[in-house]
Design a protein. Structure first.
Length: 202
């Protein structure tokens, strides 16, 4: 009886370990995939806003005219998000910021993480607190020939909740693990009984 119970335990443990490893790998893969998908969606939205802003600047000859405040008119056509738009010169000086009236008071932005990435790779993203407004933003910067356009979504509860991976999938996997564990208990008991019967028969 003791040997049979020990065999069942070992068999159940082996099966459970294999399934647990498989579950963890699936969970990690799905977690990273979902997080990447949500971040990509947000960055796509910010990138589209950057492109709209760039075309607006070009079509209205804002650089040559220096009429940066006219970019404020874009607020009426942008999605209903708390979006901040900043235009930064290639030397890092701030030319326009939708949240700041006097941009001359703002520090040089050339060494902001998202700007450094945009300078080297064409685009960059970063989540941090703004030194100017004191609010946290999800920043996305894109490099253009004469300037950088940085768009930022206010990192509030709505954005944080969107970027967090859905917990329902984790609950589903845990329930699946419990169900499979119960099925393994039944299976290992039957296998153990079968082996015992074969031993008795022989």
């Amino acid at each position: 009886m003791r040997n049979r119970l020990s065999f069942r335990q070992r068999l159940f443990l082996n099966f459970s370990l294999i399934f647990a490893v498989f579950t963890i790998l699936v969970l990690i893969f799905q977690f990273e995939r979902e997080r990447h998908f949500r971040r990509s969606n947000l960055e796509t939205t910010l990138n589209n806003i950057s492109e709209i802003t760039h075309r607006f600047i070009v079509s209205n000859e804002i650089i040559s005219k220096g009429s940066y405040q006219s970019i404020d008119s874009l607020e009426s056509i942008l999605p209903g998000l708390d979006i901040r738009i900043t235009v930064i010169g290639r030397n890092g000086s701030v030319l326009y910021d939708s949240e700041v009236n006097d941009v001359s008071t703002m520090e040089n932005h050339l060494h902001r993480p998202e700007i450094e990435s945009a300078l080297n790779e064409g685009f960059g993203a970063n989540i941090r607190e703004s030194e100017t407004t004191g609010s946290s933003y999800y920043y996305y910067a894109r490099a253009y020939p004469d300037y950088f356009i940085r768009t930022a979504a206010l990192y509030n509860v709505q954005v944080r909740d969107y970027l967090h991976v859905e917990r329902l999938f984790i609950v589903y996997l845990l329930l699946l693990f419990i169900i499979v564990s119960l099925a393994l208990m039944v299976l290992t008991r039957r296998i153990s009984q079968t082996i015992t019967s074969l031993k008795d028969f022989s």
